[in-house]
Design a protein around this ligand. Structure first.
Ligand SMILES: [Zn+2]
Length: 259
């Protein structure tokens, strides 16, 4: 079986057919789903879904760097994590991080210092609650590493949708982080140069659905049922049998999220 370690089943893209999407993923061997929050409402929906599908869907609570300019109140996350009733449903803090990708000449998520504060506060929450952190890092690896190294304790976690260089990979793995690979591995020029070097014990699979639809379904909405396509490409790049990729990545996801 597979685990989709990053899938936005909490987004409205799935409002019409969420139950079918989950059923089709299960038919394809994808049996569990980690659903991260990106803002207040998506955290609430992720938790709601986890409670409706116990043992199948797990939630993460966090604020995406795109939320940084709105200066969100993180006490909501702490309230969720403090509630003992939520303990078995919320397995991580995230997604959170830094996103410096430019859009029309501006850093997508506003000022860097505002992003840094939102990220650091969530790293502190992860450590406080002894939870793994799901890191979103886009064109910001140096600053993410600097922030992590400044912390009194580095939380465990995953670099979701990894897009770094071989050197970024080495640093992340040395810090104990897992590396999440998505459907863009089937069409990216950069990822095939990095994926062969990911230690198999550090690798997890994700779709980031509804985004990053793998070949040959590009242009359509992504779904968790496509995890085997991600696994197949990773297996090809790592020169390993797909069964070995499946077994290892599932065990890694279970270890990372304690599911
Ligand atoms: Zn992300």
């Amino acid at each position: 079986m597979y685990i989709d370690t990053h899938v936005q089943l909490n987004f409205s893209d799935f409002d019409e057919d969420r139950v079918t999407v989950i059923a089709n993923a299960k038919k394809a061997g994808v049996k569990q789903f980690i659903v991260p929050g990106v803002d207040h409402n998506s955290c609430r929906t992720a938790l709601h879904l986890a409670k409706a599908h116990p043992g199948v869907i797990y939630a993460a609570a966090g604020y995406h760097p795109y939320e940084a300019p709105k200066n969100p109140d993180l006490s909501y996350i702490e309230t969720l994590l403090n509630d003992p009733e939520n303990k078995e449903y919320i397995v991580a803090v995230g997604e959170c991080g830094l996103d410096y990708h430019e859009y029309r000449g501006e850093v997508a998520a506003g000022r860097k210092d505002v992003q840094e504060r939102l990220f650091t506060d969530q790293l502190t929450i992860a450590t406080k609650f002894d939870l793994p952190v799901i890191i979103h890092c886009r064109e910001a690896f140096d600053d993410v590493f600097t922030i992590l190294q400044k912390l009194p304790a580095i939380p465990r976690g995953v670099f979701h949708c990894f897009s770094g260089s071989q050197q970024d990979l080495r640093i992340a793995v040395d810090m104990g982080f897992f590396i999440g690979i998505d459907g863009n591995v089937t069409y990216s020029k950069q990822l095939p140069m990095v994926v062969p070097f990911i230690p198999i014990d550090s690798l997890v699979l994700e779709t980031d659905a509804p985004y990053l639809t793998p070949v040959p379904h590009r242009g359509k909405r992504n779904e968790p049922k496509y995890i085997p396509l991600v696994a197949a490409k990773v297996a090809e790049l790592q020169k390993k049998p797909i069964d070995e990729i499946m077994t290892a990545t599932t065990a890694n996801a279970q270890r990372l999220f304690s599911v």
